[in-house]
Write a protein that binds this ligand. Structure first.
Ligand SMILES: Cc1cc2nc3c(=O)[nH]c(=O)nc-3n(C[C@H](O)[C@H](O)[C@H](O)COP(=O)(O)O)c2cc1C
Length: 210
């Protein structure tokens, strides 16, 4: 079992990263071959529309042919059984880095012969943790449906797709040091201490494949 773990937050020690480190531990304990990637360490772009993946007779139509810092990661994701990712929500969507990753991974798999079938020959199970400030009620009312649409291209990777919203996250350690009056720092800290451990446990179990 090969599991690639992708952090799409620019921050390497905050909520998304903590969740993924827990998933990594679970995957390692289950004996998976693992790789952990911080996307924001890499120099890459979204799909460049070179359309090399749609050329007649191309050796491997389900691979992205554009070469940059993401290429080796995409190669390994395409050979993996599982992708576990986490992204903060920025202005109602996953981060720009995550979007670019999604385009590069999913577009080669999409068939332009019919829009329906996949050119991807493997099967990649994908779990995505979405971390955000809004509470669960707001997520269910305003984000859930659009996130399901947003992640639709991952269907072309032929595996399971599971989304895990993680709401009301702690954004800074000390809210009194910032102009962030819309947030109740005390409440956020309390949620982090009381509820976030259950999120880490969930991530651990996802990593383990339970
Ligand atoms: C540029 C920016 C935009 C954000 N937009 C939203 C948003 O639209 N909705 C939301 O719930 N949280 C938003 N947030 C908060 C982050 O999603 C939240 O703090 C997240 O848990 C950060 O993840 P990290 O701690 O792993 O970096 C935004 C944060 C930043 C920096």
């Amino acid at each position: 079992m090969k599991t690639v773990i992708v952090n799409a937050s620019p921050r390497k020690i905050w909520s998304s990263a903590q969740i993924l480190k827990s998933a990594l531990k679970g995957a390692q304990e289950a004996g998976a071959e693992t790789e952990y990637v911080d996307l924001y360490d890499l120099a890459y772009s979204g799909c460049r529309s070179c359309l090399a993946c749609k050329r007649h007779g191309i050796a491997n139509p389900c691979r992205c042919y554009w070469k940059d810092g993401l290429s080796p990661i995409l190669e390994r994701v395409c050979e993996a059984d599982r992708l576990i990712a986490a992204s903060p929500v920025y202005f109602g969507e996953p981060t720009a880095g995550f979007r670019a990753f999604l385009e590069r991974l999913a577009f080669p798999a999409l068939s332009y012969d019919n829009y329906l079938t996949s050119q991807y020959t493997g099967s990649l199970d994908i779990a995505v943790f979405l971390t955000m400030n809004v509470n669960r009620e707001f997520y269910d009312r305003n984000y859930a449906e659009k996130m399901a649409d947003y992640f639709m291209p991952f269907r072309f990777l032929n595996g399971k797709l599971d989304l895990y919203p993680v709401c009301d996250t702690l954004q800074v350690n000390d809210y009194s040091k910032y102009d962030m009056r819309v947030f109740d720092g005390g409440h956020k800290k309390e949620l982090y201490e009381k509820e976030f451990p259950a999120v880490l446990d969930l991530a651990y179990r996802v990593g383990k494949g339970e």
